[in-house]
Design a protein around this ligand. Structure first.
Ligand code: NDP
Ligand code: 2IT
Length: 450
């Protein structure tokens, strides 16, 4: 027989799916949160009376706009842009921009929803938002990307501001795109303000922002290991992705003495059984960040490694998996395979990389499973520190920012342990959801009916 909690979750999800038809990623993100929060909400009548879950799953507003630009051949091109301003109860809206052909409202609502909890967990005053466009930067010239970014910001500029909404990067939006976006904002507004994070170091960016998500993910993983008297040192690690998050997760894992044996992109993964060393990681950085090449090219130079086209790295036996590419890149079958091969920790650099059944399998198996909203919060945390530096008109040293990042990841881990303790184990999914929820819910209650 279904418990009261299960019945309430089912009823809630039926309503949500009806109100948000055709948005599977959003449904998935909400279901994971609601199934862990429901017991707490049922125990606390003030949350139910104030309809906190209903309000928390309805964005404050969604801005949708046309982006018209001209390609190098003089053709007129049209894309769609969005900004989902989800919840600003505990601070100005904050969250990245994604440029990728798969971007749609469902993806951005899932990301904006996750961002509410993640930003709350950092302890910094940041609300949740996400935005982007169904634009594919791949294969475009720098000038085309520049014209697209300028057209995108021409509309977005009306809706953002240092005390309103502060976007940043995500998939397809890195240093190049943030620079073009910031330049256009400055031109249109005649203001020099910290309205974006992830900026270049010469114009208000923070040291360690580029590295922050990947470094933070590995710090979180190390915190999980330390709690059980272990460490990532000496562990074999599979990393997926080879973008911003993956590169710096791999770098920190190497620095802490782990052996990274895989990296990937959307075409497949490379397996280097002897471990990717520092020089080889520099080769991949140059390949991906400068030449914008494909990960398969690694095996042209390092011939002991193999490339596996259209496959993900989860069949390789490893102690630690760091999914750092995209949502739903680790299925329940992949989860079972990792568990069968003895994986000890899965720590998510990406947002929602593990599907719902996969995540449930990790929790049930009692391995160290750090969900994205806790494990990848280091990126937005250092974005928050960039905002503080901009407001002070000061720049902190790399040492200072990294020390603060380590402190924040440690505190997030403590919050997860506090809210997620489960006998001698920790359910980090419940810990992250509850730990992020409480602060936002209390603020919403305090504001009354808004
Ligand atoms: P990048 O654009 O720098 O890199 C993305 C990487 O993931 C690339 O290797 C890309 O391969 C791969 N990838 C993208 N889409 C797919 C797909 N559909 N299937 C397989 N591989 C894919 O993005 P980031 O590193 O910034 O972001 C990666 C993840 O981390 C995302 O989930 C993002 O939301 C999350 N994140 C990012 C933060 C940040 O600060 N940047 C902060 C917190 C989370 P290819 O080049 O072939 O497309
Ligand atoms: O998913 C994320 O947390 C990000 N893409 C970073 C957001 C930010 O504002 O730095």
């Amino acid at each position: 027989m279904a418990t009261k909690t299960q019945t309430e979750v089912r009823k809630f999800m039926q309503g949500l799916i009806k109100r948000n038809a055709g948005e599977p990623e959003f449904h998935q993100a909400v279901e994971e949160v609601v199934e862990t929060l429901m017991p707490h909400v049922l125990e606390n009548s003030q949350y139910r009376e104030a309809q906190i879950l209903e309000r928390l799953t309805e964005p404050d507003r969604i801005i949708i706009f046309r982006v018209t630009w001209e390609d190098d051949e003089g053709n007129v091109r049209v894309n769609r842009g969005w900004r989902v301003q989800f919840n600003n109860s505990i601070g100005p809206y904050k969250g990245g921009l994604r440029f990728h052909p798969t971007v749609d409202l469902s993806v951005l609502k899932f990301l904006g929803f996750e961002q509410i909890f993640k930003n709350s967990l950092t302890g910094l005053p940041m609300g949740g938002a996400k935005g982007g466009a169904n634009f594919n930067p791949k294969g475009k010239s720098d000038r085309e990307v520049m014209r697209f970014c300028q057209a995108f910001m021409s509309e977005l500029q009306r809706h953002i501001g240092e005390d309103t909404d502060v976007p940043a990067g995500d998939i397809g939006v890195g240093a190049r795109e943030i620079s073009y976006l910031f330049g256009q904002y400055k031109r249109l507004s005649n203001r020099y303000a910290g309205i974006l994070t992830g900026k270049g170091l010469s114009f208000g960016g923070s040291l360690v922002r580029k590295e922050a998500t990947g470094f933070g993910c590995v710090y979180f993983c190390e915190n999980m290991f330390n709690r059980i008297g272990d460490s990532i040192e000496g562990k074999t690690v599979a990393v997926s992705g080879s973008g911003n998050v993956a590169l710096y997760a791999a770098q920190k894992a190497l620095q802490l003495g782990a052996k990274v044996v895989t990296m990937s992109d959307s075409s497949g993964f490379i397996h280097d059984p002897s471990g990717i060393d520092r020089d080889q990681l520099e080769f991949i950085k140059e390949l991906k960040e400068v030449k914008r090449g494909r990960i398969s090219e690694y095996t042209d130079t390092f011939t002991d490694a193999t490339f596996h086209a259209n496959k993900r790295p989860w069949s390789v036996p490893v102690d630690v998996a760091l999914p750092c590419a995209t949502q739903n890149e680790l299925s329940s079958d992949d989860a079972r395979e990792l568990l069968k091969n003895g994986v000890k920790a899965v720590c998510e650099g990406a947002n929602m990389p593990t599907d719902l059944d996969g995540a449930r399998a990790f929790v049930k198996a009692g391995i160290l499973y750090g969900p994205g909203k806790a494990a990848n919060a280091g990126g937005v945390a250092v974005s928050g520190l960039e905002q503080s530096q901009n407001a002070q008109r000061l720049s902190w040293s790399a040492h200072e920012v990294d020390a603060r990042l380590q402190g924040i990841m440690h505190d997030i881990h403590e919050k997860c342990v506090w809210h997620g303790a489960d006998g001698t184990n920790v359910n980090y999914v419940r810990g992250a959801n509850l730990g992020g929820f409480v602060k936002v819910a209390e603020a919403m209650l305090a504001y009354g009916i808004v």
